[in-house]
Design a binder for this molecule. Structure first.
Ligand SMILES: O=C(O)CCC(=O)C(=O)O
Length: 350
């Protein structure tokens, strides 16, 4: 419905200092080729080079691209296609999986959120993925239970997509561990049995793209995001006081560090402010997998990253606490982690 409006409702108009800029130069992000690292006979020098590039990018802004990641083009294209099928449905069908207040899963359009200003020009469908052998089909079951058995094929596509994203994120965790001088297994093991979130973002065309935003500026509170953008530009990252674009590359995933990993790295790696802009010509779609630890695992940096000159930057917390904070108390922005940390010091971990 949004894209048919020649003028846009006031709730979608962002304040002048947050309105999108027309020119956003391309951000310099390294392209990490994972082919060698993922092969059985990976060479130490290729691994070293990949972890060096990752370290450089994550210390600065936390964004990098991965190619030759081992995820089939067919699966990625199916995931985009299924998204189109979902968003093409009438509103009454999509509302069967309406997100409830205070929850992070379900369908949300701007009119259903808890905010009434600075609304994002988009629709989203979010669902939970659990890397848990005891409940192996969380995604597939969600589609069938919430939307009906005819959604089994969609559920199967996203089940497989999330399983692949989870495996890829654990491989990236190995590289992050190596790049921080922690053992290769440390973060991989930390995120085993992850309790993650998958989000399908749909941005309709907008007749006034210079007044609004598809996704407002925020840092991801989660640990690691793996994003696939369709062929339409929109993702921007705030680096060196300037908004910069990351143009779509169909063969690449955009990976970024989230607040939880920033805390795990004791602030060495950055969780950076980003947003999505919209345009008047084309709709845009993106697939975002947000890696999160098991809900009650305590988030604290490994010993190797601390010494007497480098004290802890954040208190112990669990993902469940940070999630609750962003759902009930605070709209995620560039200061979420610090605000959460201040809030926590008044509320000890149970
Ligand atoms: O669609 C995009 O490019 C960015 C999406 C995003 O930042 C999010 O879903 O948190």
């Amino acid at each position: 419905m949004l894209n048919l409006q020649a003028t846009i409702p006031n709730q979608f108009i962002w304040p002048d200092d947050e309105k999108p800029c027309t020119e956003a130069p391309e951000l310099d992000v390294p392209l990490i080729d994972l082919q060698n690292f993922l092969s059985a006979s990976s060479s130490p020098s290729a691994t070293l080079e990949a972890s060096r590039l990752i370290s450089e990018a994550c210390s600065k802004h936390g964004f990098f691209l991965v190619v030759n990641h081992g995820i089939s083009e067919e699966l990625i294209s199916d995931a985009h296609e299924c998204m189109a099928r979902f968003y093409d449905m009438p509103p009454s069908e999509k509302q069967k999986v309406q997100r409830k207040p205070g929850e992070s899963c379900g369908y949300a359009s701007s009119f259903t959120g808890r905010f009434s200003t600075k609304l994002p020009w988009k629709e989203t469908l979010s669902f939970r993925f659990c890397d848990d052998k005891n409940s192996p089909n969380t995604v597939q079951d969600y589609f069938c239970d919430a939307l009906g058995h005819e959604f089994l094929p969609l559920g199967k596509v996203y089940q497989e997509y999330c399983e692949e994203m989870s495996s890829l994120s654990l491989k990236i965790m190995e590289l992050l561990g190596l790049s921080l001088g922690v053992s290769r297994d440390y973060f991989r093991e930390f995120f085993e049995e992850n309790d993650s979130i998958m989000r399908l973002n749909y941005y309709p065309p907008c007749q006034k793209p210079n007044l609004t935003l598809g996704t407002g500026p925020h840092c991801d509170p989660t640990s690691l995001t793996i994003l696939h953008q369709d062929h339409v530009n929109g993702l921007q990252v705030f680096v060196d006081n300037q908004w910069r674009s990351i143009s779509p590359n169909p063969k690449a995933f955009v990976v970024n560090i989230g607040d939880t990993f920033m805390a795990l790295s004791n602030n060495i790696y950055k969780s950076c402010l980003h947003r999505a802009v919209v345009n008047s010509q084309s709709e845009r779609k993106s697939l975002a997998f947000f890696l999160c630890p098991k809900k009650y695992r305590v988030v604290k940096p490994p010993r190797e990253l601390l010494d007497s000159n480098t004290p802890r930057r954040y208190p112990d917390f669990t993902w469940s606490m940070l999630l609750e904070f962003t759902q009930k108390h605070y709209r995620a922005d560039m200061n979420t982690l610090q605000a959460f940390s201040d809030w926590l010091t008044k509320k000890p971990i149970k």
